[in-house]
Design a protein around this ligand. Structure first.
Ligand SMILES: Cc1cc2nc3c(=O)[nH]c(=O)nc-3n(C[C@H](O)[C@H](O)[C@H](O)COP(=O)(O)O)c2cc1C
Length: 316
């Protein structure tokens, strides 16, 4: 059995119903038949690659449902730690990062897809879906980012004193903006101001790496040579957080490819005093989602990568 792609009204296909004729395809594109096994394999592989995505407290708060040629992404509310993530924003940003990883995996494997991020009021935890349409040539840009997926890590070590190059920052900024999220690079006096506010702000609970990080030891205080950048947007809805997560993934994978280390600093946005400070830095016209420290790692990532949870929960 083979899937029948949606009719493409741009061309008259002269081949079998499920195969576009090469003559009718856009220049350079090679269209292959789509078989059920190939579709299931591709979607499962994409969900597996999504397991490498960064997530708040390494909670991996997503689940996938595979139905036909569609992979749907769900928020797993049971994974949300409301002490750290009051509104679930960080969990949904994490889901967005997983979604982007899955998109990259499919693009790198040469799948053309349709994405739907429309929220469904009847099913609010369903965040997005990816529907495979047809096979094409693998996207070179996707392949480049794909190779960064297993290499990407959170870098909590102090950065070297050497700032990242303008070209590296531009590449990260462009990758974020391409995912329809804004990035504000903090000026040195804004970093000082944020550190000042943070030192007088509410205490961040101590404990795991994430909780203690706040804007503390591995954050702003060790930030000499670091560049700080704020992901933000003009509205503050779950769909914006999902896009912010896709942008986070795009920027982070680009940074990894460019040899730039990344450390998210979520407390800077979650703690009221610093949130107000960063809001002023973006001219009070936007909503801050996540602060990032960019720099050069002092040491390469060590130790085995964390185990990934089973990624596909359901197949229908
Ligand atoms: C939305 C979000 C917020 C995060 N906030 C922090 C943070 O404040 N401090 C920190 O050390 N790591 C933070 N992280 C990184 C996660 O802890 C990290 O992704 C997770 O532990 C998995 O490790 P890995 O990124 O090396 O794969 C955050 C990640 C995401 C996606």
């Amino acid at each position: 059995m083979q899937f029948k792609p949606r009719p493409d009204r741009r061309h008259d296909s002269t081949g079998p119903a499920n195969v576009k004729s090469a003559a009718a395809a856009p220049a350079g594109a090679t269209i292959h038949p789509i078989g059920v096994q190939a579709v299931v394999h591709a979607l499962r592989a994409a969900a597996e690659m999504a397991g490498f995505a960064p997530s708040i407290l390494d909670s991996q708060p997503w689940r996938w449902r595979l139905t036909g040629n569609t992979l749907a992404l769900y928020l797993d509310r049971a994974c949300i730690d409301h002490d750290v993530d009051v509104d679930g924003r960080l969990a949904i940003i994490s889901c967005g990062a997983a979604l982007h990883h899955a998109r990259i995996a499919l693009a790198a494997a040469g799948w053309r897809l349709t994405m739907n991020r429309r929220p469904d009021p009847a099913d609010p935890d369903r965040l997005a879906s990816l529907r495979l349409e047809e096979r094409s040539l693998a996207e070179p840009a996707g392949a480049a980012l794909m190779s960064s997926i297993p290499l990407r890590r959170t870098d909590r070590t102090p950065v070297t004193g050497v700032p990242i190059a303008a070209a590296q920052l531009k590449a990260v900024t462009s990758a974020v903006r391409a995912e329809e999220t804004s990035l504000h690079v903090l000026y040195p006096d804004e970093v000082l101001e944020l550190a000042r506010v943070a030192s007088g702000g509410l205490p961040v609970p101590s404990g795991s790496g994430d909780r203690s990080i706040g804007v503390g030891p591995a954050g702003l205080a060790d930030g000499r040579g670091a560049t700080f950048a704020l992901l933000y947007g003009h509205t503050d809805e779950p769909e914006d957080w999902l896009r912010a997560g896709e942008a986070l993934s795009a920027g982070w994978l680009t940074a990894t490819a460019a040899g730039v280390s990344v450390l998210p600093l979520s407390a800077a946005v979650e703690v009221l005093a610093t949130r107000q400070a960063v809001q002023i830095m973006i001219g009070c016209v936007g909503y801050p989602y996540l602060l990032l420290r960019l720099g050069h790692a002092t040491m390469p990532p060590s130790g085995p990568r964390r185990a990934r949870a089973a990624q596909v929960i359901d197949r229908r």
